[in-house]
Write a protein that binds this ligand. Structure first.
Ligand SMILES: Cc1cc2nc3c(=O)[nH]c(=O)nc-3n(C[C@H](O)[C@H](O)[C@H](O)COP(=O)(O)O)c2cc1C
Length: 172
């Protein structure tokens, strides 16, 4: 089955995940790999589509692209920074899926945590200046530290499994 892997990636986490997805699938069936592209979309029957979490959602250009899809099998994937629980990922993925028009079929979805950029520490530390013992800030920093080793090998292994399962389901 002809498939495309479209993604946005500002700091490289989604790109790394997209590469793992690509490596897991038959190369000869891949019609596109890279930024969302309407021309390439026409050729694909199965679309993997990924984005960094922004505002606990996909980035706006990726959401706009989702809304243009018709009669595709679709598998959204995402790297998020602010959490690492099924409930957190599920909340965002449900929001994303609600933007996929009904003529499409969602055949799988996948999310992992990715490293937060250090610029965010600067941004948020300003909010807590003089209040460094604040529990919210401490929790934020603890999550930041945890995020630095992600995505890890286990995340990549799970991405490969996701890609293979989606491809099999789409072909069934
Ligand atoms: C400006 C900005 C806003 C972000 N907003 C969110 C967010 O709302 N929710 C979240 O879980 N992560 C958020 N993140 C973290 C990114 O989604 C995360 O670092 C992701 O791995 C980035 O993917 P990329 O490396 O492919 O760009 C934000 C990061 C930046 C820089």
């Amino acid at each position: 089955m002809k498939y495309a892997i479209f993604f946005e990636s500002v700091t490289g986490n989604n790109e790394a995940l997209a590469n793992k997805i690509k490596e897991a699938l038959p190369a000869e069936e891949c019609v596109a790999f890279g930024k969302p592209d309407e021309e390439a979309l026409k050729e694909a029957e199965l679309v993997f589509i990924g984005s960094p979490a922004r505002g606990n959602n996909f980035m706006p250009p990726v959401l706009d692209f989702l809304a243009k899809m018709e009669n595709k099998k679709v598998a959204p994937f995402m790297v998020a920074g602010y959490g690492d629980t099924p409930a957190f990922f599920g909340m965002i993925l449900d929001r994303i899926e609600s933007k996929i028009p009904e003529s499409n079929e969602v055949v799988g979805r996948f999310a992992v945590q990715g490293k937060l950029h250090e610029s965010l520490v600067k941004k948020y530390s300003k909010m807590y200046e003089g209040d460094e013992e604040n529990n919210e800030w401490k929790a934020w920093m603890a999550n930041y530290e945890r995020s630095q080793s992600r995505p890890n090998q286990n995340d990549f292994d799970r991405a490969v499994k996701f890609a293979k399962e989606v491809y099999e389901k789409a072909n069934a």
